[in-house]
Design a protein around this ligand. Structure first.
Ligand SMILES: *C/C=C(C)/C=C/C=C(C)/C=C/C1=C(C)CCCC1(C)C
Length: 232
């Protein structure tokens, strides 16, 4: 059903994730060695999303249902990888502690597992539904704290690389602003009993922006840094 807006956004997001994957894997050859792992991870994020979108589009097309459960499987794989990117770019430019890596992965897993319990296992409101949501929000705020005021933020601010600082600043805005759509979706889902059309359009656009945009910011940083050093 490419003809309706929801079906169209499922289709085009699948294509965009596939194209972005090829781009990140190919462009890996045009950056210095220390950046290659970051681009590999960017490509894995969009690859995992592309495969999930392929299935989600099919579920929506054949049943009209919201494929929220598959979304969570996608998120639980890709969001920790996005958190790993913060660590990788800090490590590529200078120093980064393993504590940052462990904390960001742990917070993101807690955020998504609690969201899954609340949204998939006990949907439709009720106090337990909102308690799990609250725990998920706290975990998200801990991620925000780490990158805006915690150790990761301090290492970025102390770095001599202007390119790192501006990329780090852009990436954390994705987490603060771009990610708001997901808890809003949780609330709307409970209040509206699914609101599948609008919600899926919003999620599809948000995923494309958050995953491809996030990867592109890292690519620009890697490219700038690689070519600066090469010509210096
Ligand atoms: C590519 C997919 C992304 C960036 C998914 C991000 C998902 C979230 C930021 C989810 C957040 C949630 C909360 C903050 C509270 C609990 C419910 C969630 C899981 C929807």
């Amino acid at each position: 059903m490419v003809g309706d807006l929801t079906g169209f956004t499922f289709f085009i997001t699948t294509m965009a994730m596939m194209a972005a994957t090829v781009f990140f894997f190919v462009e890996r050859n045009n950056v210095q060695g220390k950046w290659k792992l970051s681009l590999t991870v960017s490509g894995l994020i969009t690859l995992i999303a592309a495969v999930h979108y392929y299935y989600m589009r099919d579920i929506y097309d054949t049943s009209g249902d919201s494929p929220t459960e598959i979304r969570y499987i996608d998120w639980v794989l890709t969001v920790p990888l996005m958190c790993v990117e913060f660590y990788l770019i800090l490590a590529a430019v200078g120093k980064a502690s393993v504590g940052i890596l462990v904390r960001l992965i742990a917070y993101s897993v807690v955020m998504l597992v609690t969201g899954y319990i609340g949204e998939i296992m006990i949907p439709g409101g009720g106090s337990a539904h909102w308690i799990w949501f609250g725990i998920g929000c706290v975990a998200w705020l801990l991620i925000v704290y780490e990158i805006f005021a915690g150790e990761a933020s301090k290492i970025s601010a102390a770095s001599a690389s202007g390119a790192l600082q501006s990329a780090f600043g852009a990436l954390r805005l994705f987490v603060l602003i771009g990610w708001i759509i997901y808890p809003i979706g949780y609330i709307l889902g409970a209040l509206s009993g699914g609101a599948p059309e609008a919600l899926n359009v919003a999620y599809n656009i948000a995923d494309a922006v958050n995953k491809i945009g996030f990867g592109l910011v890292i690519y620009v940083l890697a490219y700038q840094d690689s070519h600066q050093t090469a010509s210096a």
